[in-house]
Write a protein that binds this ligand. Structure first.
Ligand SMILES: NC(=O)c1ccc[n+]([C@@H]2O[C@H](COP(=O)([O-])OP(=O)(O)OC[C@H]3O[C@@H](n4cnc5c(N)ncnc54)[C@H](O)[C@@H]3O)[C@@H](O)[C@H]2O)c1
Length: 262
């Protein structure tokens, strides 16, 4: 299938590592030009050097001005913006017992830049009749019990996917989200490393995933994001696509231990 992405201009937030980096690679493989926006300068510059037609824009997205500048620099470089991927985020474990200021800080790390980037990108996306794909989390629908700020931010991303799909339908801009559960990224490996037995923790979590008893790969998320953003998904909007090996929706009784043998 030709995804009709050659020459399209894409901005990806949090593109230096993990799902964002895999998505940048997948767009570049389709001939798109990618603006990699990230605060990790070393990893971002290294990836931009690897991907023909891409640029790296250093930015800490907790700063609204940095979001505005990232969009402006993308448009200045490529002359257009067709696709926005709101990917940056961190499960920062700000619980109910944290202060209101800490909760707001989590929203700044996980949600406010999604609004800011989308706000500043929208006129360009309308001009291109483009698309937005945001990266949510299963925490938005399952909860986690220890991460109020992140859950609120990802729940808001789900709500805004529907809200913006309606707001921008008249202008032909499609808005969708992918919802990962357990994806094998740098962020997740850092968390495994904090566990008393990282290999056992990883095996236990992988064992709960119905399809293949393994973590999702970043490339599997990237493939879904690239398709949703492409003109080949031309009548798909307002969707939350769970790319999670069935983790979120399938029967929990069938996901652990030896239950799947019975
Ligand atoms: N890995 C999983 O299992 C999983 C599960 C559910 C949701 N997600 C979501 O997927 C997205 C990507 O996660 P990942 O696992 O690839 O993470 P990652 O830590 O491996 O990569 C995230 C990238 O975003 C950048 N970044 C984060 N905050 C930033 C900021 N404020 N300014 C600039 N750059 C910033 C980081 O520098 C990094 O390069 C996140 O929104 C995350 O919440 C991941």
């Amino acid at each position: 299938m030709n995804l009709e992405l050659a020459g399209r201009a894409v901005l990806i937030s949090g593109a230096a590592q993990g799902i964002g980096a895999a998505t940048a690679r997948a767009f570049a493989a389709e001939g798109a030009r990618v603006a990699l926006v990230d605060r990790d300068e070393a990893a971002g510059r290294a990836l931009a050097a690897e991907l023909a037609g891409s640029i790296f824009i250093p930015a800490d997205l907790t700063d609204d001005g940095a979001c505005e500048r990232a969009v402006a620099e993308t448009v200045r470089t490529f002359g257009r913006l067709d696709i926005l991927v709101n990917n940056a985020g961190v499960n920062d474990a700000v619980p109910l017992s944290a202060s209101p200021a800490e909760f707001l800080g989590s929203l700044r790390r996980n949600l406010l830049h999604v609004f800011a980037l989308t706000h500043f990108a929208t006129p360009h996306l309308i001009a291109a009749r483009g698309a937005i794909v945001s990266v949510s989390s299963k925490v938005a629908v399952t909860g986690q019990g220890s991460t109020s700020g992140y859950a609120a931010a990802k729940g808001a991303i789900n709500a805004l996917t529907r809200e913006w799909a309606l707001a921008l339908a008249p202008q032909g801009v499609r808005v969708n989200a992918v919802v990962p559960a357990e994806c094998d990224t740098e962020q997740y490996r850092r968390w495994f490393a904090t566990q008393p037995d990282p290999a056992a923790a990883r095996a236990e979590i992988a064992g709960r995933v119905p399809l293949g008893h393994r973590l999702t790969t970043p490339a599997e998320l990237a493939d879904a994001i690239v398709w949703l953003a492409s003109p080949r998904a031309s009548h798909v909007t307002g969707q939350l696509l769970f790319v999670d090996g069935g983790y979120t929706h399938l029967d929990r009784a069938a996901t652990g231990g030896a239950a799947h043998w019975g």
